[in-house]
Design a protein around this ligand. Structure first.
Ligand SMILES: [Mg+2]
Length: 336
């Protein structure tokens, strides 16, 4: 292991679950071994609010990850912790969503109430639940209009299911927002509270923690908003091309083929003869995207070159897709 490896450069890691450690029922090949080999502490953070840390820890353990529930941060637990700092112990809070929401409130000493309970509440916590009804949202709207604080665990618009894409918590938050005059406080990624809490758990300043995730608009945007370096892991939703087209607010600091790249040397960004350089690969944008070299370093150099061209106004985001294709066509082997 080399000190040039990312695994050796940070005081802690905050790792996304789906798309990074597992995809659906299956572990991402090599992910568990790579995490096991990291000596710094790891916090596992998910926007999924429906389960408890114990449930996620069991699922991770089932894949072979050495993890305790205390290392798992869900957006419902993070929401409950935010509220517990501001409300007195035992304060009543309406829980909208799956069992993870009420369990999180109970875990921090607050009193979860059913939506139809009818008694006054100090706050409403809204997380995803497959059984949330229009009636539940009606009770929540009444409480919020009556002055209760409104906390949303996350705003993910969609949710992948066995049957395809379903409306996520963000869709249900949008539905409730049409009935009230305030906006919710949102806790999950891309908003900073959950990442800030992860840094606290790791006892590290945000800048010393590396966020690992597969989605630009949540994992990486959250890292940028928190002042935390973010690594896009290319085993899930987004690829290097999407990273190249990303606005500055969701650009990853690092691109990893998989978590195993944490243990491989990560070449610093360089610049020579108008090329962006990464290790043995280099790239530049002229009329085409010219890439020399191969493998992940070629993709890293290509992303650097496209970001530079975007920032200099030489190309627009709409050009990135076409340039990426030409880059693949023109990509040459490094000199033997
Ligand atoms: Mg993910």
């Amino acid at each position: 292991m080399s000190r040039h490896c990312l695994a050796e450069q940070f005081g802690g890691f905050v790792c996304d679950l789906d798309g990074v450690i597992y995809r659906g029922q299956h572990a991402v090949p090599g992910a568990v071994e790579a995490l096991d080999a990291v000596s710094a502490p790891v916090v596992y953070a998910t926007n999924n609010a429906s389960g408890t840390p114990e449930e996620f820890a069991r699922r991770l353990q089932g894949h072979g990850v050495h993890v305790q529930p205390e290392q798992v941060l869900t957006s419902s637990l993070a929401a409950a912790r935010v509220l517990s700092r501001q409300l007195t112990s035992g304060a009543p809070v309406m829980a909208i969503g799956g069992p993870g929401v009420a369990a999180s409130l109970r875990a921090v000493g607050l009193e979860p109430r059913e939506p139809a309970d009818g008694s006054a509440v100090d706050a409403v916590v809204q997380g995803y639940g497959s059984s949330v009804t229009a009636g539940d949202l009606g009770h929540a709207a009444a409480a919020i209009r009556g002055g209760a604080r409104w906390i949303a665990t996350n705003e993910d618009r969609t949710l992948p299911t066995e049957d395809g894409v379903a409306p996520g918590n963000g869709a249900l938050v949008a539905a409730l927002s049409m009935a009230v005059d305030v906006a919710p406080e949102v806790i999950g990624k891309p908003h900073p509270p959950m990442y800030e809490m992860a840094a606290d758990l790791l006892r590290q300043p945000a800048g010393r923690v590396l966020a690992l995730g597969d989605r630009l608009e949540t994992d990486i945007a959250g890292a940028v908003a928190t002042g935390m370096p973010g690594a896009l892991v290319l085993t899930g939703v987004h690829g290097a091309k999407e990273a190249a087209a990303a606005p500055a607010t969701m650009r990853p600091s690092y691109l990893l083929r998989d978590l195993g790249d944490l243990h491989r040397p990560y070449p610093p960004a360089g610049c020579a003869d108008g090329f962006a350089v990464r290790g043995g690969a280099r790239a530049r944008v002229t009329d085409v995207l010219q890439v020399e070299g191969d493998g992940i370093d070629a993709e890293r150099a290509a992303v650097d070159a496209l970001h530079a061209a975007l920032d200099e106004g030489r190309i627009t985001v709409d050009d990135v897709g076409d340039l990426w294709r030409t880059g693949s066509v023109d990509r040459t082997r490094p000199e033997e």
